[in-house]
Design a protein. Structure first.
Length: 562
């Protein structure tokens, strides 16, 4: 990492530049879709494609390298006997294979061959030779869910459910036969281009590669290969528990579904240890708090999947599938407000009552009215001492009373405030002492510091609500959400070449999606420049301008892709 001020090298983990004392750039990684690719293994004397061709024999022609993942390379094959395309996944040669692992590999592959489901990509056969271990499966023309998420960011709830339901059906089929996937993640879900089918791939391969599954040890090979992907790994799998069941897959499914509807995994960090720690100890994030378009029932289902203890999750994939199918049509319980109760009581006057029961009807009606008034007051519809602050921004804010924080409001969330009766809806009394302050992202914080008085309360659906929007003192602000598709890490300068120019002093890694870099002053001609971090603010860069009309009015958010 280089210093944005003097371009001197900053040691890893240092908070300040050792040459000039400038604060170290903040590395934003909390919304990366996938971990950075691992460096390729050292070349061998004979290319893998040639070794694979010799191992397969003359029946199969190795056409090309399709892709490379964390533990394997994928090659396209041509079956010359049956005139069909196949895919061959060759496990990295550096994985320390032992005779016991190879025996178990064959045994597990036999078990996997029993899986017959339209959403599970089957394994045709496995083989070994020329120092390689490989397995052959049908060739799927399409893209992985991980690639789709990198391209589009997120899915709508309806689109996500169309992908999620076949995955749960496949898991239910496999779990019924005692087989656990152990590596549910977007990279292992294929979306077929022609049919739109969702296919689950690499079923059980994580177990084939896990020497701890037979010995009870930690889930790593002798070379340090991690079985599973930390962004989606269940707490029990992260702790190395040997006897995983289907509920571990449901946790990973919940993490993947969270990413599908929000654009980012539920937990991320700068290292595997940090991410695992969040899975073990951090509160479960609420998807509907990240994206208000997500129905609450879907957010609740994701939370249930992400329970820390297996006992708190759905116990079977069929149970999770039933919840997702029931959600759109299930009615939500609503509180009965006082006006509804009053109308019901008035209509009851027209009902002929039996003389002996008249007193009971009157008493019951009064009790209903009293209960409705209490509920309405608690919900903020009745009473002068109750009001709300709604945070329309994409970052959390603090509510201040006499300069002291009294509450924190998440993005696109509402907090209930206790307002003194003297405050009213005007500018005097207790209400004038309330202010809001932006909680800036990053450490050290990046973006401009925003703070202002709480706006005047407005009547919204019977409640008094103060809307917090990106405007202070008549100046509008905007929040760039940066997606970096370049081959290098980038740093950002907002409104370059003007008096309002601000350098974010941040580093947006390659592959980052919709990264938050704070709020900045918005003008009709606002621009943003992205620089290669190796040459901060001096070397080659690219500008984005003309985006002001696209800035969301209430939140100030705008998505910018570099």
């Amino acid at each position: 990492m280089t210093c944005p001020a003097c371009r001197a090298e900053i040691p890893t983990g240092s908070a300040f530049c050792p040459a000039c004392g400038n604060p170290s750039p903040t590395v934003i990684t909390n919304e990366r879709v996938a971990a950075a690719p691992q460096p390729a293994s050292a070349p061998t004397a004979v290319p893998t494609a040639e070794r694979l061709a010799r191992a397969l024999g003359p029946k199969y022609q190795v056409k090309r390298l399709v892709g490379r993942g964390g533990f394997a390379e994928v090659y396209e094959l041509w079956d010359q006997d049956l005139d069909r395309r196949l895919a061959c996944k060759v496990l990295h040669p550096e994985i320390a294979w032992t005779p016991g692992m190879l025996t178990r590999f064959r045994q597990e592959a036999k078990a996997l061959a029993r899986l017959q489901h339209p959403a599970i990509l089957p394994i045709h056969f496995i083989g070994e030779g020329e120092g390689l271990v490989y397995y052959v499966m049908p060739f799927v023309q399409g893209e992985s869910l991980a690639d789709a998420l990198r391209r589009r960011g997120s899915y709508s709830p309806d689109e996500a459910l169309r992908i999620a339901e076949p995955i749960l059906e496949a898991l239910a089929h496999a779990h019924a036969q005692g087989l656990v996937h152990r590596d549910i993640k977007p990279d292992n879900v294929m979306l077929e281009a022609k049919t739109g089918r969702t296919l689950l791939v690499d079923f059980g391969i994580a177990k084939l590669l896990d020497p701890g599954s037979a010995t009870g040890g930690a889930p790593k090979t002798a070379t340090g290969f991690t079985v599973g992907t930390v962004q989606y790994m269940s707490p029990e799998q992260a702790l190395g528990q040997p006897n995983l069941d289907g509920r571990s897959d449901l946790y990973a499914f919940g993490a993947m579904l969270f990413q599908m509807v929000t654009g980012a995994p539920p937990y991320d960090g700068n290292s595997s240890a940090e991410i695992v720690g969040k899975h073990l100890a951090d509160p479960i994030p609420i998807a509907s708090d990240v994206n208000a378009r997500i129905p609450r029932w879907l957010s609740d289902a994701i939370v249930k999947c992400l329970a820390k203890q297996p006992e708190g999750r759905f116990q079977t994939a069929d149970e999770a599938l039933a919840a997702l199918r029931r959600g759109p049509t299930a009615g939500s319980a609503k509180l009965v407000d006082a006006a509804t109760v009053e109308r019901r009581v008035r209509r009851s006057d027209a009902v002929r009552l039996r003389p002996g029961r008249f007193g009971w009807w009157v008493g019951g009606g009064l009790a209903l009215v009293a209960s409705g008034l209490l509920l309405a007051r608690g919900a903020g519809f009745v009473g002068a001492g109750v009001a709300f602050a709604h945070n329309a921004l994409v970052e959390p804010v603090e509510i201040l009373l006499d300069g002291a924080p009294i509450d924190t409001v998440r993005p696109d969330a509402t907090a209930r405030l206790a307002v003194s009766r003297g405050g009213g809806d005007g500018a005097g009394g207790g209400r004038a002492e309330l202010r809001w302050r932006l909680i800036r992202p990053g450490n050290p914080p990046i973006g401009e510091a925003l703070e202002g008085p709480l706006p005047a309360f407005q009547r919204l659906r019977g409640r008094r609500v103060a809307p917090i929007v990106p405007e202070v003192g008549g100046q509008s602000y905007f929040a760039p959400l940066v997606t970096n598709t370049t081959a290098t890490d980038i740093t950002i300068e907002v409104n370059p070449g003007t008096q309002a120019a601000v350098r974010c002093n941040c580093l947006v890694p390659k592959g980052a999606v919709r990264t938050h870099i704070g709020y900045y002053r918005l003008y009709r001609n606002s621009t943003i420049a992205a620089y290669n971090n190796a040459h901060p603010y001096l070397g080659p860069h690219v500008d984005r301008e003309g985006f002001a009309p696209r800035v969301a009015l209430r939140s100030g958010a705008v998505v910018l892709v570099f």
